[in-house]
Write a protein of this length. Structure first.
Length: 356
């Protein structure tokens, strides 16, 4: 059972809505480095946190005890680490490039399944687990696999002119949404049959995000858009430049997303720009909102903390290895700590200080 005193970050972008928003009264003042650990390769994946343990992968798959800073266990993969999926009270789910693994909390293999991927890229998306099925995409197919039997329930193949790349599917009210290089598809979650599709900008394959009855996506002519999730009809379109580089974080009032040398905040209800914070390079991974603060890493080698209301910088931290060794993974937040991996091979854990 979960420890009610622990805060957890159990799947990609915090929860199944992918909003990456932890609603809290916490007022961030600054951060301080709590500990770090050098892994054998660049870290491109986001971490998961469950009951005092943080899970992160690069060349291997690691479980760290947060309090002691020690490796609880390390799991060796058949090929290079790909994505972390879900952690819950029963198992931890993640993948190498062509194999999905299910481990116990002691790091023991419960099962694994090899995926017949259509290209050497292999498994490209994070996982969604719902109703006993795991959903994920490879280069050209979206899969629904039954966890208890490992049987493929259905598979949706993209047209030959399209590919999924790194779009993680998202599920809401019996519909699964996923992006290819040319379209955003709404599919029946039980059968994989197409309900509708929305034409997108070429290679706009970031993960869509859902809030209430709306679907948010930065992939139409490099602009960020809001759609009616039931019909696929557009509600509003923001004219922010290069809006398809990172997944958004969404609060009750605003949408936060990165792009070409900056983080944008736009009004949730009409898409109007609220503020923009300039950075030295691309922001390729989605920001996270915790209390009054927006956290994100940037290719310019910095991690940033901004006031979500006005975009003012609260804090920043530079990676250890300088140019081209920035951050392309989204952070996670739990128990007043920030967790993020960098292209400098370091896995960082920061204490978040409250403003009293």
């Amino acid at each position: 059972m979960e420890n009610s005193n622990e805060q957890n970050w159990t799947q990609y972008r915090f929860d199944k809505s992918h909003n990456a928003y932890v609603n809290s009264d916490f007022n961030v003042k600054s951060l301080s480095l709590k500990w770090k650990y050098k892994l054998p390769d660049e870290i491109h994946a986001s971490p998961l946190i469950y009951n005092g343990v943080v899970y992160i992968g690069c060349f291997y798959f690691y479980a760290f005890e947060i309090a002691t800073r020690k490796i609880k266990w390390k799991f060796i993969l058949d090929t290079y680490f790909s994505h972390i999926g879900v952690v819950n009270e029963s198992f931890i789910l993640f993948s190498s490039t062509k194999t999905i693994y299910c481990l116990s909390h002691e790091g023991k293999e419960m099962w694994k399944i090899s995926i017949n991927c259509e290209s050497w890229f292999g498994i490209l998306s994070n996982f969604i687990v719902e109703n006993g099925l795991v959903y994920f995409s490879t280069s050209y197919s979206l899969y629904a696999i039954k966890i208890d039997s490992l049987k493929t329930v259905w598979k949706f193949d993209a047209p030959s002119s399209e590919s999924f790349f790194k779009s993680t599917p998202i599920i809401s009210d019996g519909v699964i949404y996923v992006c290819t290089s040319m379209n955003l598809y709404a599919l029946d979650v039980l059968t994989g049959s197409e309900i509708y599709k929305i034409k997108t900008t070429y290679y706009s394959t970031k993960t869509p995000v859902i809030k209430d009855n709306h679907l948010f996506f930065g992939g139409i002519d490099n602009q960020f858009c809001c759609f009616d999730k039931l019909t696929g009809l557009i509600v509003w379109k923001s004219n922010t430049e290069k809006a398809d580089d990172s997944e958004p974080a969404i609060t009750d009032d605003a949408v936060y997303f990165g792009g070409l040398k900056g983080l944008n905040a736009i009004d949730l209800h009409n898409g109007n720009l609220l503020w923009r914070f300039e950075t030295g390079d691309y922001i390729t991974a989605g920001p996270v909102v915790y209390g009054n603060c927006v956290f994100f890493g940037c290719i310019d080698t910095h991690i940033y903390a901004l006031d979500k209301n006005n975009g003012n910088e609260i804090w920043k931290y530079k990676s250890e290895r300088g140019k081209q060794r920035g951050f392309c993974a989204s952070p996670a937040v739990a128990n007043n700590m920030l967790f993020i991996g960098g292209m400098d091979n370091q896995f960082y854990v920061f204490d978040i200080k409250n403003e009293t």
